[in-house]
Design a binder for this molecule. Sequence first.
Ligand code: FAD
Length: 361
Amino acid sequence: MATASQSMSTAVPSPAELREALVRIAGAGRVLTRPIDLLAFAADASFYRLIPRAVVLAKGTEEIQSLFEYSHASRIPLTFRAAGTSLSGQAITDGILVEVARHWRGARAEDGGKKVRVQPGIIGGQVNQMLRPYGVKMGPDPASINACMMGGILANNSSGMCCGVPFSSKGFDQAHDLAANTAIERFWRWSDEGRLPVVVDTSPCTYGLLTCRASLTPESQKKFDGLKILDAVAFVHDQLLPKLTVRRKQEFVALHPVCSVVKMNLTPKLEAVARACSNSVLVPQAAGCCGFAGDRGFLFPELTESATRLEAAEIAAAKFDGDGTGGDYFSSSRTCEIGMTRATGRLCRSFIFLVEQATRP
Ligand SMILES: Cc1cc2nc3c(=O)[nH]c(=O)nc-3n(C[C@H](O)[C@H](O)[C@H](O)COP(=O)(O)OP(=O)(O)OC[C@H]3O[C@@H](n4cnc5c(N)ncnc54)[C@H](O)[C@@H]3O)c2cc1C
């Protein structure tokens, strides 16, 4: 996502100066600054929107080097976009958006298909097609493989990350241990060796990670001990909300605190966040395990139907304002949210949507 540029110490170039500088680097045909173009590039696949100051349809590594030099001198951040299928607003910016898709589509198999050399703008599925004659495919296998591009796949480490919970909940201990060790190794790298906290927005994964120490190698255990892993509920309650201004409260919302939130003793914080963003909050008396258990709810819907019957009845009797499609029912785990949406007929989604709606400027 975009880096805030408020802390600029040098003068901000005017839009005309910015355009001139970028045209000198990339040529007029590949620098977009018309409002209609900026709006067209203001969104990726996420629900966020930031309007870039300029878009460069970049071509060639020398050009990228010059863009970095200009970004450094002007203090305007660069953000790269490949296919823009990021779901968390990573490929949008209020700085300079550098599109590395259309002029970067090259790929070549090497060493009998054991290696592949790619440019960032080739679609992952096309690389796999190219590798088919060798009987191999790439390791990363995101669900968006036929839309996303190698730049985004590599920068995001797509599909490479799992906390291991889906394996442990099925008794696949070796797969769990491998996934947990890999996750901790990567957290160590991404967090600058523990300097930055790691925030997890799906509570069962947070709980799984916080309790995985015994499954780790001695080396990963040392890293685990140096990490700060936070659930999004705690992060939003303790750090984010105090810095935000609540501008519009919802009248009435209901919460589904998932099992891991209860185990981590985070229900009071989830409730406090909801109270800060709405006038009235219902935590159903019968709220409990939704029975979704990772993917069990997909395979055995009768499990969730039975587990959620009492809670669903309380939700059905509650006095909501809307018809259930507008977002007044919140939780902190995607699969449980799917289970509760099915059980109640009301859209259940992350409490972060509630915070975002309440604090949007
Ligand atoms: C329907 C759907 C299903 C999805 N399923 C999965 C899934 O199963 N697993 C998964 O991991 N993700 C999934 N995603 C998220 C997303 O598709 C992947 O993260 C994907 O790899 C992003 O690739 P992209 O080309 O769209 O990158 P973008 O969205 O364009 O960019 C993603 C990030 O990479 C950076 N970036 C892009 N190119 C470069 C470059 N050349 N140099 C440096 N940084 C660069 C961007 O700045 C941004 O931070 C899904 C998304 C959708 C819409």
